[in-house]
Design a protein around this ligand. Structure first.
Ligand code: ATR
Length: 288
């Protein structure tokens, strides 16, 4: 029987996940369908239950339901527990729901696997301290980076996230990856090897205010956002002379591949799907 999956969010019409998972299924010969569900803002759990009751096997969860999915899950993976958000729900054989979060590993795989960024020993700046930034904390620290600075418009949120990061390091016994937090205005011209934009500023075409000189010579920039046009943060990266300027399209495909793996125990090849979205044969933008 054909297994059923879907992505749930609100809004959802723009989601590329159905395209991506259909491409994965074609390439790997998996017998599945993958749809999109417009979640009811007042009744997320009801929509999930209806999908499962009608034979659904798994769901991807997107804005604004990731925290609700975390609460709804009967059990959580360790990385989802830390992230406080779930983007992948899987129906277990006994009918219970398992929640996982594949966003952070998606970013690490895109940067490290697809683009060859070498994490160990590097100094990273994570801009933003909301849900998206929190999901990256553990996967980034795990890579062996030398230092993680979290900078946010609202200083208190950056400090709280940095404290969480330090707690994680202590629990794991990691000697690398010292975490500091602060306000955007506290950043000095401090050369980072990689600056990740995890703010939602770009949704309004805005830019977090970063001082000149915070990107090290040869440093890279990564925007979690992607779009039909070059994002505001990618333009900033270009203006700063970044050695590589990357947007979040690769992360989108990699987080989907990890979800596909969780559901099907098959790892799809992501390169042709990223290329297909980029060149429009699967329907998206030119590289920044
Ligand atoms: P998400 O789930 O996308 O992370 P969020 O939890 O609402 O959404 O967090 C949004 C993040 O983008 C926050 O770090 C926010 O900064 P504040 O904590 O100060 O609100 C950041 N952000 C949004 N618009 C911004 C802007 N114009 N400049 C700088 N940071 C911005």
């Amino acid at each position: 029987m054909t297994d059923r999956y879907a992505v749930i969010g609100n809004p959802i019409a723009h989601s590329k996940s159905p395209l991506i998972h259909a491409a994965f299924a074609r390439a790997t010969g998996q017998d599945l369908t993958y749809g999109r569900i417009l979640g009811d803002l007042a009744d997320f759990g009801g929509a999930v239950r209806r999908f499962l009751d009608s034979g659904g096997q798994g769901l991807n969860v997107t804005v604004p339901f990731k925290e609700q999915a975390w609460e709804l899950a009967d059990e959580l993976s360790p990385r989802a527990t830390i992230a406080g958000a779930v983007n992948t729900l899987t129906r277990l054989p006994d009918g219970r729901l398992r929640g996982d979060n594949t966003d952070g590993i998606g970013l690490v795989r895109d940067l490290g696997g697809n683009h060859g960024f070498v994490f160990p020993g590097r100094r990273l700046l994570l801009v933003g301290a909301g849900g998206a930034a929190k999901g990256l904390l553990e996967p980034l620290l795990e890579t062996g980076i030398a230092e993680l600075v979290i900078a946010n418009r609202t200083t208190g949120r950056a400090l709280a996230l940095a404290t969480l990061g330090e707690t994680l390091r202590a629990e794991q016994g990691w000697e690398w990856g010292k975490v500091r937090g602060g306000g955007l205005d506290e950043l000095e011209g401090d050369g980072f090897d990689l600056i990740i934009n995890a703010t939602s500023a770009g949704l309004d075409g805005a830019l977090p205010e970063l001082p000149e000189g915070c990107l090290a010579p040869g440093g890279w920039t990564y925007d979690l956002l992607y779009g039909d046009r070059v994002t505001a943060f990618c333009r900033w990266g270009q203006d700063q002379g970044a050695a590589r300027v990357l947007d979040g399209l690769g992360m989108l495909v990699e987080q989907a591949a990890e979800a596909f793996w969780l559901w099907r125990a098959v790892r799809p090849d992501t390169a042709p799907v990223i290329a297909g979205l980029r060149d429009g044969t699967l329907g998206l933008p030119a590289a920044p």
